[in-house]
Design a protein around this ligand. Structure first.
Ligand code: ARG
Length: 460
């Protein structure tokens, strides 16, 4: 590990840091990701100090020109090999090399505590926007699938057992809605992140009369924090962001799980495109749904990151503690992973090939049993009795080894006289989905209305 090159706090120390502390304390390998945000924060602070009369215009300009050089160095990878304690120390060192002694004035009235909180909020706001783009892509892919699947029927499953027929569009939209709700959550999380901590100092507020409202506008924040003690230790915005990432992961994982089942030889409802599958090193015939398994696996990681965050925060005394630094890697990893999973699943959904024939073949007449009971109800039978009568018919069909609808009408009529008429009126899966024109149901008009609502939510 390279030697530390610029320490921001050495004055009161006679002895160097023990290497075992340095190993865990040094956060640059993780927080170098914040370099753009740290530059933005530094620039805004230089401008704010000048507006507050702390710096002259010439000093501010020298600092801004120096920060431009620091930006060039960081863009060229200066943080990749540096041995500094963290991104803030590195920027300050590079600024000193670029601008000379004036660099020593930039940390006036500021602490790394309010600085890192500000950087992290800026990073989180941008990361939530990237995740939103990923979610939009996945939701769009599902809505496009739905548009093409209005008249394709398949069984819906409860307890992974065939239940009732639905339109493929209905299934696809059942996975689009959770993602659309996640976009709403993202917007809310972004709004809560957009509160400026800078000006809070280490814990008691900056000792210099900086205009925090102007600073907030300069950095794109919507408000300033109300309490400096709260502001430096508050990582609720990371919990919000990682919670949304974990819930996105959970939703994507459920979709992945459906598609893993649907793509088995046993179901055969969809065929995954080759670029989203892998082979086996041993079994030459294999084509595996690794993309979907990775998405399912990502959900576990994401939930873990959320739990790690909450556990760190629960015992935190007021204000900043170094424990908080440990959470940054998880925040970055969670938002990267959720975005990657959303992008990957969008690709899988866009490229898969549905097999309507296999879906239709899975619609054995047992999925019409509920409709048969409903028809008995329409003939005046109480639903509980209708349920029992159709249950008896199902049992009889199983004994005879024939589909439900092929039990002879005379035999069915012996179970209940109204069964003969109900069986004659039953029709097939197409009639069953059409009986549910209720809002949110499987009827064509209901599904088309649902599609229009989903398209509108996509645009919003
Ligand atoms: N690298 C630190 C972090 O990410 C910056 C804050 C350091 N503050 C301090 N009081 N040591 O949390």
């Amino acid at each position: 590990m390279p030697e530390p090159t610029h320490v921001m706090w050495g004055g009161r120390f006679a002895e160097p840091m023990d290497p075992r502390l340095d190993r865990l304390n040094r956060s640059l390998p993780v927080d170098r990701r914040l370099w753009r945000e740290d530059l933005a924060t530094n620039r805004a602070w230089a401008r704010a100090l000048e507006r507050g009369g702390v710096l002259t215009a010439a000093e501010r300009d020298a600092l801004l020109a120096g920060l431009d050089q620091v930006e060039a160095a960081l863009a060229a990878g200066a943080a990749d090999t540096a041995g500094d304690e963290d991104i803030h120390s590195l920027v300050e060192r590079l600024l000193g090399e670029a601008a000379g002694p004036v660099a020593g004035k930039l940390h006036t009235g500021r602490s790394r505590n309010d600085q890192v909180a500000t950087d992290l909020r800026l990073w989180t706001m941008a990361a939530l926007e990237r995740l939103d783009a990923g979610l939009l892509g996945a939701a769009r892919a599902l809505v496009t699938r739905a548009e093409a699947g209005v008249d394709v029927l398949l069984p819906a499953y409860t307890h992974t057992q065939r239940a009732q027929p639905v339109r493929l569009a209905h299934w696809a939209l059942a996975h689009a809605w959770p993602l659309l709700r996640d976009r709403e959550r993202l917007r809310q999380a972004r709004g809560r992140a957009a509160v400026l901590p800078l000006g809070s100092g280490a814990i008691a507020g900056s000792g210099f009369a900086v205009d925090r409202e102007a600073l907030a506008r300069d950095l794109g924040f919507g408000a300033v924090s109300a309490n400096s003690m709260d502001a430096v230790g508050d990582r609720d915005f990371t919990v919000d962001a990682v919670f949304v990432a974990a819930l996105v992961g959970t939703h994507l994982s459920r979709l992945a799980e459906d598609l893993i089942l649907f793509s088995t030889a046993e179901f055969g409802f969809v065929r995954l495109a080759e670029p989203f599958t892998t082979g086996s090193s041993l079994m030459p015939q294999k084509r595996n749904p690794d993309a979907l398994e990775l998405v399912r696996g990502a959900a576990g990681q994401l939930v873990g990151h959320l739990v790690a965050l909450l556990v760190t925060l629960k015992a935190m005394p007021t204000g900043y503690q170094k424990d908080l630094q440990e959470n940054n890697a998880g925040l970055f990893a969670a938002l990267d992973l959720a975005e990657g999973a959303a992008a990957l699943l969008a690709g899988v959904v866009e490229t898969l090939a549905p097999d309507p024939g296999r879906m239709a073949a899975a619609l054995d007449p047992s999925v019409l049993a509920t409709d048969l009971a409903d028809l008995l109800v329409q003939a005046g039978v109480a639903f509980r009795e209708a349920h029992a009568v159709v249950g008896a018919l199902v049992r009889r069909a199983e004994e005879l080894g024939v589909p439900l609808v092929d039990v002879a009408p005379e035999e069915a009529a012996r179970l209940h006289p109204a069964l003969r008429g109900a069986l004659a009126a039953l029709g097939g899966p197409a009639e069953a989905v059409e009986r549910r024109r209720i809002a949110g149901g499987t009827g064509r008009s209901a599904v088309l209305a649902q599609l229009a609502a989903a398209r509108q939510a996509l645009g919003a």
